[in-house]
Design a protein around this ligand. Structure first.
Ligand SMILES: [Mn+2]
Length: 362
């Protein structure tokens, strides 16, 4: 275990060297977990945060409330208790000053706007934003991380299967959600990755339709979008079930299946993320449904449910070996319904590894 965190500390040291920084401060819970092993699920950013120094030392700053858990979970570093009544910002400023830091990289995406300016006031500390750089480090997964995500995917597939068995005319969206959640928890999920979406009939035209008490009608499409969390890592899968039969929506599912195949053929290191999006989008456009595909093709998954890389038109990112992301084309026809299929894939040295195996058209 410690070896993993040593390796990640090495990445921080490289970053400090490249950006000529004396220290790096990480404050968002997924960042803190990634670099220290401390889990602050459900806590606001900065409840517990770390400072890594360019001599290889790492400090975890924790309020008294979190100190014991931090001692148990921290894979490296020393824990510094922030006294009651002292703000995180004041504590940080004091530590940085004490350590003689003059240039610090801070994960500014996790702190209130402009708060960092108080750091430099009076003690001459130059602040650089390392939010993007830290997110990019997390976007490249190790084989161990990919194995964990794969377990989360397997459990999500169990959830889809439980959902499928409960999709029938007359059953309610919330029943489908409840059965899926129960199955995922029973099969080892720590928790669900996000509020399960179950959107039936005309509601299937909503790309984020949370489960309601609506009764599913004969022949209606039902979008089920769910994920399971394992060791902090997320999965994210979607299938569209049909309650009975519906030729039009079967055809739509065929288009989405083809779009996913086209996207998968593009996946390998060095390919622009926007090109993968385009490959799927072109297929949907050829069938005349381009206006009905209203979101990006996919997003990275890991310790966060939405992370780098983003696969969408205009994305500047390039795929790297170790990226793990969703491919989730959808077609939504207002008033009529919609369909989406979502797969999870990892980028390998030469192509891709599909993590999900559940039938695309169930
Ligand atoms: Mn997704």
């Amino acid at each position: 275990m410690r070896r993993i965190y040593r390796r990640r500390m090495g990445k921080l040291l490289d970053l400090m060297e490249g950006m000529e920084l004396d220290a790096i401060v990480g404050v968002r819970p997924p960042t803190v977990q990634y670099f220290t092993g401390c889990r602050t699920v459900g806590c606001p950013p900065r409840t517990l945060y770390f400072t890594a120094f360019n001599n290889g030392e790492l400090e975890i700053l924790a309020p008294r409330l979190e100190v014991n858990q931090a001692r148990e979970e921290a894979a490296l570093g020393v824990i510094v208790e922030v006294p009651r009544g002292v703000s995180w910002l004041k504590a940080l400023a004091e530590r940085l000053e004490k350590r003689g830091v003059s240039r610090v990289g801070i994960e500014l995406s996790g702190i209130p706007h402009n708060a960092y300016k108080h750091l430099s006031a009076g003690n001459e500390i130059a602040v650089e934003d390392v939010s993007e750089a830290l997110a990019s480090l997390r976007a490249v997964k190790s084989p161990e991380e990919i194995r964990i995500i794969r377990r989360a995917v397997r459990i999500a597939e169990e959830g889809l299967e439980a959902a499928r068995r409960n999709v029938r005319p007359g059953s309610r969206e919330r029943l489908v959600a409840r059965r899926a959640i129960y199955r995922m928890m029973a099969r080892g999920a720590e928790w669900v990755s996000f509020e399960i979406l179950v959107a039936s009939g005309p509601r299937a035209a909503y790309s984020h339709g949370a489960a309601t008490n609506r009764k599913i009608g004969e022949g209606e499409p039902v979008i089920v979008d769910l994920g399971a969390r394992v060791e902090g890592y997320h999965s994210d899968l979607t299938r569209t079930f049909i309650a009975g039969s519906n030729e039009k929506f079967r055809e739509i599912l065929g288009i989405l299946d083809e779009a996913i195949e086209a996207a998968l053929r593009m996946v390998r290191p060095g390919v622009p993320a926007s090109e993968v999006d385009k490959a799927a989008r072109d297929v949907i456009r050829e069938y005349g449904c381009g206006d009905y595909f209203t979101h990006g093709l996919g997003h990275g998954i890991g310790l966060e449910i939405h992370e780098k890389p983003l696969l969408r038109p205009g994305s500047k990112e390039e795929l790297k070996e170790g990226n793990v992301f969703t491919i989730e084309p959808g077609i939504y026809i207002p008033g009529l319904g919609g369909a989406r299929i979502e797969e999870d894939v990892a980028v390998t040295g030469t192509g891709h590894l599909k993590l999900s195996e559940y039938p695309r058209i169930p």
